[in-house]
Ligand binder design. Sequence first.
Ligand code: HEC
Length: 152
Amino acid sequence: MTTNTRLRVFLALVLSGALSGAVAIGPVAADDDAPAGPDGVPTYIVRDGQVDKGTYNGFRRFHSVCHTCHGFDASGSSFAPPLVDSLKRLDYDQFKEVVINGRQNQGATGDKVMPSFGLDPNVVMHLDDIYRYLKARADGALPGGRPQRLGG
Ligand code: HEC
C-alpha cells in the first residue's frame, strides 16, 4: 500500500465512523437512554448522581484524551481553559468546530494551542458523548469525580 492509499483508507474509516455516528442518532440515543433534543443536540440524564451510558462514555473519553490539558473534571489547568465554563457559552456547533479544527490563541503570548482532533477516531466518533458529559458539568447537573452508570 502506498502512503497515499493508506491515508485514503484511514480517511474513509474516519468518515464512515463519523457518518454512522450521525445516522445512528436514534438507536444510539435509545441505548444511551438520553435522546437528542428536537434540534439534534445531544442531551444527558443525571439521576441521583447516576448518568446515561453516553454521558458516562463522555466522562471516560474526556479523561483519556482531553484532561491532560483541560484538567480533571474539565475544571481547567495552566495549559487550557476550564470547559465547565466554556460550555456555558459555546453551543453544540461551536464546540464541534473547535474540537474538529483546533484553535490557536493569537493573544499576547500566542502559545496556547488547541490541537485539531478531526482525524482522531477516538474523539470524532465520541464527540456527542464528550459534549453530553461537558454540558452536564457546565449546567451544574453533575459534580466532579467518576459518575455511576444508570442501571449498571
Ligand atoms: C494539548 C492540550 C489540549 C488538549 C489535549 C485538548 N485541548 Fe482543548 N484547548 C486547548 C487550549 C490551549 C485551548 C484554548 C485555545 C485558544 O483559546 O485559542 C483549548 C480550547 C478548547 C475549547 C474552546 C474553549 C473556549 O472557551 O472557547 C474546547 C471546546 C476544547 N478545547 C475542547 C477540547 C476537547 C473536547 C478535548 C479532547 C478531545 C481537548 N480540548 C483537548 C488545549 C488542549
